[in-house]
Design a protein around this ligand. Structure first.
Ligand SMILES: NC(=O)c1ccc[n+]([C@@H]2O[C@H](COP(=O)([O-])OP(=O)(O)OC[C@H]3O[C@@H](n4cnc5c(N)ncnc54)[C@H](O)[C@@H]3O)[C@@H](O)[C@H]2O)c1
Length: 396
């Protein structure tokens, strides 16, 4: 049965992301079928959803009866075949494997109604490839929620090569209806917006530590206390999970070459020891007693302008690739990672000419591809589009 104005939505994969996505869909009035191959995962998901809904009610963000109604809108099953024909939309949140996701979409394509949309919550994989595994590539798109979906407001909506504007529009509408802020990634570029820009700042800082120019505590103290970011880069990598940072790093390297070459030297030894960050209690830092203490006294060890410079450069490459607009890039970084400012608005405030000079000086010193100035920035400076003091910058 459909809820008023609602859709019946299947969420495949009831893990860290899937259970949260199912919950917010149900809170917005949709009938949800949460599907997993593992019965225990479904039981655990139900417990977590119940707990989270009660927390929302306890904090008076929703009424208890609405929490109960949302919970009752979620059904669970290990047998997707029996429910597939009722689904207007499927959002898959299975493990990050292209083979797995392609096989799943190939099968669902034969089972869901003709109008049904297949969306993937993948962090990095190709939406176009997933579309090719179906007979309806125009109805396949990315819908990338951030963790935890119940609290994070950003959703990246990703267009594959064949995704229709109607499909993008319908996922944008859904995201808005869930109370989220969607940003559209017009091209199926690896890392989309947020992971791609984060990848560049992680690499830059990790290589600097690897060269023993600065300590990781020095980087993190400077990023937090001088730069005003909520977490240092090493702390954030631990928080995300070093296995995920490592995998995303490899995918970005394959896609963008030397410019986004990850510093595997400092992550691999930790992964080999099973020290994956916060979730295992150890990573770059010891998390066994809670969040690591980053010494305030080191706040000048690292020049945070370097992080900004490579972030602005990568943002320029995203625009150069025609994958997203400055507004969406800035919104993505502010809502997806709580940056104090988006890279494009930062560049316009600082002066794009100043950023270009910083990148050129860093390139002269280290001869690394990451500091090679994006042609878009060079072009802007040539035209006098340097930001606030010029006619325009990233923004008019
Ligand atoms: N965890 C994050 O921070 C995060 C953030 C954004 C996006 N993502 C992406 O979301 C997706 C899911 O990540 P996660 O962290 O929730 O994974 P997870 O490992 O916590 O959960 C995956 C679930 O999928 C189930 N599953 C495996 N194969 C299945 C199949 N064939 N059919 C149905 N269920 C199946 C597993 O039993 C498990 O419960 C990945 O693509 C990931 O890249 C993760």
């Amino acid at each position: 049965m459909k809820a008023a104005n609602g859709k019946t939505i299947g969420v495949v994969g009831a893990g860290a992301m899937g259970h949260g996505v199912a919950q917010i869909l149900a809170m917005a009035g949709h009938e949800v079928v949460l599907i997993d191959i593992d019965d225990k995962a479904l039981k655990k998901a139900e417990e977590k959803i119940r707990w989270s809904l009660d927390k929302f009610a306890e904090k008076r963000r929703i009424r208890q009866e609405d929490a109960d109604a949302a919970f009752s809108r979620i059904k669970t099953t290990t047998d997707h075949k029996t429910v597939a024909s009722t689904l207007d939309l499927v959002i898959e949140a299975t493990p990050e494997s292209l083979e797995l996701k392609k096989n799943l979409f190939t099968e669902l394509d034969t089972l869901i109604p003709q109008h049904g949309i297949l969306a993937s919550n993948t962090s990095t994989l190709s939406i176009t490839e997933m579309g090719k595994a179906t007979t309806r590539p125009e109805k396949v798109a990315g819908m990338h929620f951030f963790n935890p979906p119940q609290l994070m407001t950003l959703v990246e909506v990703i267009k594959g090569d064949k995704t229709s504007p109607e499909t993008v529009e319908s996922l944008v509408t859904l995201a808005n209806q869930l109370g989220k802020t969607p940003v559209v990634v017009r091209k199926d570029v690896r890392g989309f917006i947020v992971n791609r820009i984060l990848g560049s700042v992680f690499n830059e800082a990790f290589w600097a530590v690897n060269r023993e120019e600065v300590t990781r505590e020095g980087v993190d103290a400077s990023v937090k206390y001088s730069g005003g970011f909520p977490m240092g880069w090493f702390e954030l990598a631990d928080f995300v999970g070093l296995d995920i940072v490592y995998e995303v790093g490899k995918i970005l390297h394959n896609a963008y070459g030397e410019r986004l070459k990850p510093c595997t030297q400092i992550i691999e030894p930790l992964i080999k020891k099973g020290e994956l960050g916060q979730k295992t209690g150890n990573g770059f830092y010891d998390w066994s007693k809670g969040r690591p203490r980053i010494p305030f006294s080191l706040l000048e060890e690292f020049d945070v302008d370097r992080s900004w410079a490579v972030a602005v450069n990568e943002a320029a490459w995203i625009i150069h690739d025609d994958a997203a607009d400055p507004e969406d890039i800035d919104t993505g970084m502010k809502l997806g990672t709580y940056w104090p400012s988006g890279p494009c608005e930062y560049a316009d405030r600082t002066g794009i000419d100043v950023i270009v000079q910083q990148l050129q000086a860093l390139h002269k010193k280290y001869a690394l591809e990451i500091y090679n100035v994006c042609p878009l920035l060079e072009d802007y400076v040539k035209k006098g589009w340097i930001g606030k003091t010029g006619e325009r910058g990233f923004y008019k």
